[in-house]
Design a protein around this ligand. Structure first.
Ligand SMILES: *Cc1c(COP(=O)(O)O)cnc(C)c1O
Length: 366
């Protein structure tokens, strides 16, 4: 349970005997959608209290073998990450701020009483998988290979305590352009009945339980003709928190940018990158409580001119309309805001190597 082990693990590789043929892979890459198809390999690292992290392997993609009493199946002791591998015009493959994902996985691990994987092993796991499955990184505009590291409590024990055995895995899935045919503003539904996370809960950890809590409200959003759900703080149901899997930003006419403060929300790497890019352009960025009434009044008076959501999967998504039980803000067919689109272009420009990386955010994988 330490982050300071100085030697990275050595990985054993077993190449898949059933690699997809070039034609089959190319057919998948031509229309990958999101999270539906997976590459030929995966990475697994085991952990036990006695041995620490051990047995790091690259192996054929396939089902896990778990004891039916494995703690994750009963008590939800699970955490995950999400990042992308991008193919640049010269054919090389890069990822964006993976050290931040490694650190966040460690923070999530602490909260979920799971072991912390050293950053060097996290980075090595991703490098090994992307190198062996490099042909799976698509090259069409705005496509990527989505990487999904995750950790589960695998100990067969129904007693309630942190498990003494865990597994870390990484799988990879080619991802198409999120907005095929141009970026379109989304409609979001305000969840006034359900909360995602409470003070002192799991909101700041990237864990499946937060997503489980969001699925019923997300289904309500669909029923309301909206694509996403917006959560408020659990205590007062007054302050904007985030969407089910994306952080939110508001842009004022005077150039100020506001985003909800950390605490019960997930600290997005896209969020922190957007804050940095906006500040470098001279915007004042306020991380603070932001009430739904401030949003309503700001849009009505013309003080708030843009709203957007952000996360690794969709990068930056303009919010066109907020729908609540008894009011609406914005319109579904509103144009994406100028700052929203320009930050989106800058961020994707850095990620795809079209713009210089002044921050040292990109790391070459292959
Ligand atoms: C992963 C995630 C985000 C976005 O984080 P990024 O690091 O920007 O991808 C936002 N909210 C939740 C709940 C998340 O799980």
């Amino acid at each position: 349970m330490t982050t300071t082990e100085s030697f990275a693990l050595a990985f054993d590789t077993t190449p898949s005997p059933a690699r997809r043929a070039d034609a089959e892979r190319e057919a998948i890459l031509a229309d990958p959608k999101f999270g539906a198809k997976f590459t030929d390999h995966m990475v697994t690292i085991s952990w036990s209290e006695e041995r620490g992290w051990h047995d790091a392997v690259v192996k054929p993609y396939g089902p896990l073998s778990l004891d039916p009493a494995a703690a994750v199946l009963h008590y939800g002791q699970e955490i995950f990450e999400g990042l992308k591998a991008y193919r640049w015009a010269d054919g090389s493959v890069w990822t964006f701020r993976p050290e931040a994902n490694a650190e966040r996985l460690q923070r999530s691990a602490r909260r979920l009483a799971l072991p912390e994987l050293p950053e060097a092993d996290f980075l090595a796991a991703i490098e090994h998988l992307v190198r062996i499955d490099a042909d799976w990184v698509p090259s069409a505009p705005e496509t990527s290979l989505y990487l999904r590291p995750f950790m589960i409590a695998s100990e067969a024990f129904l007693g309630v305590r942190g498990a003494h055995e865990a597994e870390f895995h990484v799988i990879a899935s080619p991802a198409g352009a999120y907005f095929a045919g141009g970026v379109r503003p989304v409609s979001i539904w305000l969840s006034q009945d359900w909360s995602r996370a409470g003070r002192g809960g799991l909101g700041a950890a990237k864990t499946g339980g937060n997503y489980a809590a969001s699925l019923l409200p997300q289904a309500e959003a669909y029923e309301q003709g909206c694509q996403q759900v917006l959560f408020l703080d659990a205590e007062e149901r007054t302050y904007v928190e985030e969407l089910g899997g994306m952080n939110v930003f508001f842009v004022y006419a005077d150039g100020r940018v506001v985003t909800p403060a950390l605490g019960t929300i997930l600290e997005g790497i896209t969020r922190s990158s957007v804050i940095r890019l906006a500040e470098e352009r001279g915007h004042v960025v306020e991380e603070r409580r932001f009430s739904i009434d401030e949003w309503r009044a700001g849009v009505e008076s013309g003080d708030i001119v843009e709203a957007f959501a952000c996360g690794t999967a969709a990068v930056i998504t303009p919010i066109g309309r907020l729908k609540a039980r008894d009011f609406e803000i914005g319109a579904p067919d509103s144009d994406p805001g100028a700052l929203t689109m320009s930050l989106r272009d800058e961020l994707t420009g850095i990620q795809y190597g079209r713009l210089p990386d002044h921050h040292g955010w990109m790391r070459r994988l292959a």
